[in-house]
Design a protein around this ligand. Sequence first.
Ligand code: SF4
Length: 348
Amino acid sequence: MPKTFFIRTYGCQMNVADSNRILQSLLHAGCIPCDTPSAADIIIINTCTVRQHAEDRAFSFAGGLKNLKKKNKNLKIYLVGCAVSVRGELIKKRFPFIDYIIPAYEVEKFAGSLAENNRQTNKKFFDEFVTISRGCSNYCSYCIVPYARGEEVCRKYADIQREIKQRAAAGNSKITFLGQNVNSYKAPDCKADFADILNETAGLKDIEKVSFLTSHPKDLSDKIISVIAKNKKISREIHLAMQSGSDRILGLMNRQYTASYYLELVGKMRREIKGLTITTDIIVGFPSETEEDFRQTLDLVKKARFRSAFTFKYSPREGTASFLLKDDIPVDVKKERLSRLNTLLEMH
Ligand code: SF4
């Protein structure tokens, strides 16, 4: 009987991609996905620690598996991802019945060895996601990613090119490049950058669509804009996190750009890339955010004309730089600002 597996994913697109990588590896090895944890031989929980709520949900799900493990001694449970990277010791104490804990920066290696250890047959490998870098060195003051996933490490250009060609030959006509900050990609083995990756991939005859996630405004270069503008195969939907419209708050967030830089960048992209739509992330209620700071965020939202946005109330995460700042905006003020922001976004 082929082994069955169940994957539960919390958090961002990188986690979704990591889970997809694990899924593809297990499918490739001949294992079969199932709909419920009770039907599985292997359970993988991919955790997120960006917000307390996501961490709590993952841990509560993990806690609920204790009885399954008691009933089925052959069941293997893996807890992987960002919460493991920063809360490893706590997890070992709290969930002694979990078989393996794997930090986010080892997920790629883990996917390969998991498939190897559970190999049943060889199947065709279909996956549109190509991870070009892992981790992040930007240290935005509110973000746990550089601690959970480590500093940015870029894959070799030659390896990425080989993988894309293999995917295309296997029948994938769509490629999505992934990295915490794809546009800061610099090849460790040659002079290539992210624009070169996009250009070369869009030039392959078997590839019909090229997308990428996610972009930091400070690294979205003129070269990248011009490559996208020239290649119709490259997606016109770009996610560009804005976070705040106040220069003072952007400085406290360590975002490394100003509101006017962001607006100029959006304007340049709209002029050059026909049919462009932009989505964004915005945080309200960052420590010390005044009504005037928030008003500047609303102002930038009006000018930037986003198609949609992920909006969040600031929540402090232990281990980040902003955790040391006083979380001094009352919850009802955060809620009220979030509601005004969402109303404005719906109108534009
Ligand atoms: S760019 Fe900033 S928000 Fe994005 S992953 Fe890196 S540190 Fe976190």
